[in-house]
Design a protein around this ligand. Structure first.
Ligand SMILES: [Zn+2]
Length: 308
């Protein structure tokens, strides 16, 4: 069942879109943003914009991304939050987990981890806990080597379940995720949990490539005594080879589409048609899409982008 809020009263919660300013948004990103907006607005929630700029920032990308979202008619509430301005909050959360005995230092190199995770045990790609039980003497020796350690979660469980609007109850594996990298940058999984809770986000709509990350984020939230949001992981846009859409796949950005002579209204229509919410060639306004929005009717399979 779709979530609902008292009509007109407005929920106290919020949805959000949280792009990384690493380049222009492609049509798949814009489609997810439009869905996040529709999920939030159709349930009386605020819609927040957060820039996930801890890593991979390209000059000018944030401005172009926000301009493209606005050109499609999306609006958002309150000030834009940037993760780069919130480092102290992530550190405070890691300190809280450390004080509870729920973290440890990891000295593994990227190569050591790659070798370990390819070993025939444990869930694919999961850290096997190499540094979990180092002795004090071993830790001292590692410190002397000069390599700054990453901080990992000392997970006490191996799986955790979440509720998803499109996937139902979803149980995923939990491992000792990195909370802060060796270079001092907070890890994505930690930062989103802290941000969503502090911003009052109780509805997370994003691409379903992140579905498998949701259980560990929800588990982290529970360890920090934070509200676990309601999730909706929506199908991605793929290229004709079945791979995630990328710049090389053709006219995939709003700028590319404009260069082909299409207006933002026409592009919104293309995105709406890809969601089964409009006929090909229609140019529905966002208000019209909002009136007809029904999460249950959304496609459950990826949108295969053929160069338009
Ligand atoms: Zn390690």
């Amino acid at each position: 069942m779709p979530q609902s809020a008292p009509s007109g009263a407005g929920s106290s919660g919020a949805g959000r879109f949280a792009p990384s300013p690493s380049g222009d948004l492609h049509l798949g990103n814009l489609r997810t943003a439009m869905l996040a907006w529709l999920f939030a607005r159709s349930t009386g929630r605020r819609f927040l914009m957060r820039i996930e700029d801890l890593d991979r920032v390209r000059a000018g990308a944030e401005t172009r991304q926000l301009d493209d979202l606005a050109a499609l008619g999306l609006d958002w509430d309150g000030p834009i939050v940037r993760q780069s301005e919130r480092l102290a909050r992530y550190d405070a959360a890691i300190d809280e987990l450390t004080a509870a005995g729920s973290t440890y230092e990891c000295f593994c190199t990227r190569r050591e981890i790659q070798q370990a995770v390819s070993a025939p045990h444990g869930p694919d790609g999961h850290y096997p806990g190499t540094c979990r039980d180092l002795s004090a003497a071993e830790i001292a020796t590692k410190h002397d080597s000069g390599r700054p350690p990453a901080i990992r979660l000392r997970a006490e469980i191996t799986e955790f379940a979440i509720e998803d609007e499109l996937h139902g109850r979803y149980t995923g594996a939990i491992d000792d995720v990195v909370l802060r990298r060796g270079d001092g940058i907070p890890a994505y999984n930690l930062a989103v949990v802290v941000d969503d809770a502090e911003q009052g986000v109780d509805q997370v709509v994003r691409g379903d490539d992140l579905l498998s990350s949701a259980p560990r984020q929800a588990y982290l939230a529970s360890l920090l005594s934070l509200i676990v949001p309601r999730y909706a992981h929506v199908p991605l846009a793929l290229n004709s080879d079945g791979k995630r859409l990328a710049k090389r796949d053709g006219a995939v950005t709003l700028a590319d589409q404009r260069a082909l002579g299409r207006t933002p209204d026409e592009v919104r229509g293309i995105l709406a048609a890809s969601l089964g919410m409009a006929e090909a060639g229609d140019k529905p306004g966002l208000d019209e899409l909002l009136r007809g929005f029904d999460p249950v009717a959304l496609p459950r399979t990826p949108w295969v982008f053929a160069d338009l």
